[in-house]
Design a protein around this ligand. Structure first.
Ligand SMILES: O=P(O)(O)OC[C@H]1O[C@H](O[C@H]2O[C@H](CO)[C@@H](O)[C@H](O)[C@H]2O)[C@H](O)[C@@H](O)[C@@H]1O
Ligand SMILES: O=c1ccn([C@@H]2O[C@H](COP(=O)(O)OP(=O)(O)O)[C@@H](O)[C@H]2O)c(=O)[nH]1
Length: 462
């Protein structure tokens, strides 16, 4: 088996359960089993004049090779370009995108530095797998340094329609960098179709097969590989005796009732204000839910130095205060909002103890929380998933109650339907959803991708 070298901005520490965000979760789940090298940022920020070294730590078959970012890199590459330009554009939010030359330059600089450090670490038959929007030009930067290995790229976030992408300065440069990869993977068919449309309509690409496109002298395969989780280990967390104790505590906390749960980084793409407005509509349209239903929203901080993230926090806090003020009572808090990170094993218990899983992003690459909620349920008495049509997960999880997150009444009606849904229907939907989550778990995702990467045609001569 060839050695696998994974590159991503965020790297999880296998020694603790602090995986931050879905990318780290699904890569760690899959890499733990296969082994290999995981190269990326160590999460530290050092002064601009510090020496940057790669440090290596081994966990069984997995080696973590990580390095810090300088203050300038963190500001320009991570906050400035990746999260204030690429992230909003890819989530169809041009109104929130900010473009500056410093940020673009920082993004190039960091990609070049990562390529510079990685190239000498590679062996000739390593498979190199680059992840996400932080490193779109990394493959091209490796090629410039003479790396001729198979190099694949996987985009964890949506790929927007070409007209949206074109609003970004230097989009031609970024998109031509994608052609340097042998395989570009997407979460959904919609993302794949948008990418291929861009290649054909804006870069004179020519389709050779339904997922192979020739652009200039290069060919690139573009396919769909929906990410997943390690189903058995997550189910084990949800079924553990300590989870049972947590669930008991959740319901004993003086507020018995029906629990609706939402778990999302506090990101404007997750649709949290719209979600709270939908919950308010639930209480208005179906007042029998007052004192009977609680929304627990876990929303840990993320990317707080980007203005749009600070704004969303204020909006959410104002809204939850308003709902609690208007509807709450001495013995009932309608919205329980936690602005902090919760461990995944605690989350597993909270999902299991909640009758409704509310996953309503305005746009999301996949959304692993939706899959975790399904896996954590008791198959004999499962809860119901209410899922945004704009989450990548909706392409697979059709047996959820699929909603338009912008329509507060539609989401409120779906919540009500979930609350009163008969047991037989809940079981039927849950069984179908669980089968789908199992089919696309983290191991199948990695195996499928790597098989496709190994099978890619060798590059055509220019
Ligand atoms: O690393 P951060 O800046 O703290 O952000 C966390 C991660 O957010 C994004 O996750 C995406 O990947 C998930 C797994 O494929 C997917 O389910 C989700 O829809 C995406 O939003 C981001 O893409 C990652 O790079 C970040 O690490
Ligand atoms: O307080 C929290 C909130 C989220 N997560 C985990 O972070 C991941 C979020 O992934 P998702 O794909 O839903 O969204 P992302 O944050 O990557 O956009 C899931 O595995 C969650 O269990 C966590 O461990 N603690």
């Amino acid at each position: 088996m060839k050695r696998l070298v994974v590159v991503s901005n965020r790297v999880a520490d296998p020694g603790c359960s602090q995986a931050a965000g879905g990318l780290a979760v699904c890569i760690l789940d899959a890499l733990r089993k296969r082994g290999g090298v995981w190269f990326g940022w160590n999460g530290e920020i050092v002064p601009d004049d510090a020496d940057i070294d790669v440090s290596r730590v081994k966990f069984d078959e997995l080696t973590l090779a990580t390095m810090p970012l300088t203050e300038r890199d963190y500001r320009d590459y991570y906050l400035g370009f990746a999260n204030a330009a690429l992230w909003p554009v890819h989530h169809y939010r041009l109104d929130l995108a900010r473009f500056t030359q410093e940020a673009t330059d920082g993004y190039r600089r960091v990609n070049d530095r990562f390529a510079e450090k990685l190239a000498p670490m590679l062996k000739s038959n390593d498979l190199v797998w680059v992840h996400d929007y932080h490193f779109i030009p990394l493959g091209a930067a490796l090629r410039e340094r003479g790396v001729s290995n198979r190099i694949g790229f996987f985009l964890h976030i949506p790929f927007p329609p070409p007209d949206v992408l074109c609003a970004m300065p230097e989009h031609e440069w970024l998109m031509s960098a994608l052609v340097e990869y042998d395989l570009v993977g997407f979460q959904t068919k919609t993302d794949q179709a948008n990418f291929l449309r861009f290649m054909c309509d804006f870069m004179q690409g020519e389709m050779l097969t339904p997922d192979l496109v020739r652009v200039g002298g290069k060919t690139v395969t573009a396919s769909v590989f929906p990410v997943g989780i390690d189903v058995d280990s997550f189910a084990a967390m949800a079924e553990s005796p300590s989870a049972a104790k947590r669930i008991e505590r959740l319901h004993r906390a003086g507020e018995p009732r029906i629990n609706v749960i939402g778990v999302d980084r506090l990101d404007y793409t997750k649709g949290l204000p719209d979600r709270l407005r939908s919950f308010k509509r639930l209480l208005e349209i179906y007042p029998q839910n007052c004192k009977a239903v609680t929304l627990m929203q876990i929303a840990p901080p993320t990317r707080e130095d980007v203005q749009a993230y600070a704004d969303i926090r204020h909006e959410l806090e104002a809204l939850s205060g308003e709902i609690n003020g208007q509807f709450g009572d001495f013995d009932w808090t309608p919205v329980r909002y936690l602005h902090r990170r919760v461990d995944r094993d605690t989350l597993a218990a909270l999902y299991r103890g909640s009758q409704v899983g509310l996953v309503t992003p305005l746009r999301d690459g996949m959304n692993l929380v939706a899959k975790e909620y399904v896996v954590a349920q008791d198959a004999e008495n499962p809860g119901v998933l209410v899922l945004s049509r704009f989450a990548g997960a909706a392409e697979e999880l059709q047996e959820a109650l699929i909603v338009n997150p912008y329509d507060a009444d539609e989401v409120a009606n779906a919540m009500q339907r979930a609350i009163v849904m008969p047991l037989a229907e809940r079981r039927q939907r849950h069984a179908a959803l669980l089968a789908r989550v199992r089919k696309h778990d983290s191991f199948n995702w990695m195996d499928g991708y790597l098989r496709a990467l190994s099978a890619c045609r060798m590059p055509l001569a220019a």
